[in-house]
Ligand binder design. Sequence first.
Ligand code: PMP
Length: 361
Amino acid sequence: MTTIYNFSAGPAVLPKEVLQQAAAEMLDWHGSGMSVMEMSHRGPEFISIYRAAERDLRDLLAVPDNYRILFMQGGGLSQNAVIPMNLVGRKRDPVVDFIHTGSWSGKSIKEAARYAKVNVAASAQESRYTRVPPQSEWKLTPDAAYLHLCTNETIDGVEIDFVPEVPAGVPIVADMSSHILSRQVDVAKYGVIFGGAQKNIGPAGVTVVIVRDDLIGHALPICPSAFDWKNVAENESMFNTPPTYGIYIAGLVFQWLKRQGGIAAMEQRNIEKARLLYAALDADDFYQNRVDPQYRSRMNVPFYLRDESKNEAFLAGAKARGLLQLKGHKSVGGMRASIYNAMPIEGVQALVDYLNEFAGR
Ligand code: PMP
């Protein structure tokens, strides 16, 4: 049987070991006689699952004690509204700064503009989102309510690999949906880190928010109670029923990551996987990745065939070899290979072999 490698941008591949463990525990979790899906979120079984997941994520990212980890719902897009609703109330005439590096930060800008004045401090639009504008060009607001970045643009394949300098007191809010847990981060440099789970964490339906204590408790009156970080934090993410099964799978992924050696070890593997893939794309001009090499994402690798009339043949050949979901996002066309933590190097090597074969190398 052909080995299947799934390059979907999300929902995405999960570690096989995690799926096997979930399958083994599906009908009877640890002798409880219940599936995790059937448990009360307030019962001791689920509370133990929740607390282990929270602790393991805290360990993996070395989250300082003055940060809360919230497991919410609504996805990354809902946080685009939830974040301003929770943060702009700290200012009298709030301005939110944004760096526009691609599709997802673009969506965040539009949504935030419904709640506050938005300043696009820098935009990569003129480069068609193939680079991060140099910090020397950023026009930051000295007392902004916050600075929002998408540190990995999933569609454009652009990754911000540095923590920017910001005016004192301005919290950095980072959408890390598509690269959280793929590389080491200094959480203390951020006010808020958030992301949907469906790429590097677990199934869709869980949204992770890591927020510094002093940024909690300022929600606007219009903020729905279930999206007020204060309510969520005070109730251990159980102000309303949390996505219990998704949190359980996320917890298994966190344990798997620890067994792999944690984020530092994972980052080394991700560097190697990305190096292999970009080298194959750059070998000649048969394929093209248009992103400035300095800002190429290690997780999402968009590419084009020089001769786009071969696109369908490329995808059909890939599928026949078990290489799935390589079609690019509909807004940009071409191809995209997402190589998250759970994609083994063997999968990247299989794709590289196929790239070489299809190019007649
Ligand atoms: N931000 C980024 C970087 C994403 O990749 C995505 C989803 N692909 C989103 C936000 C939106 O997340 P959701 O669909 O969970 O709302």
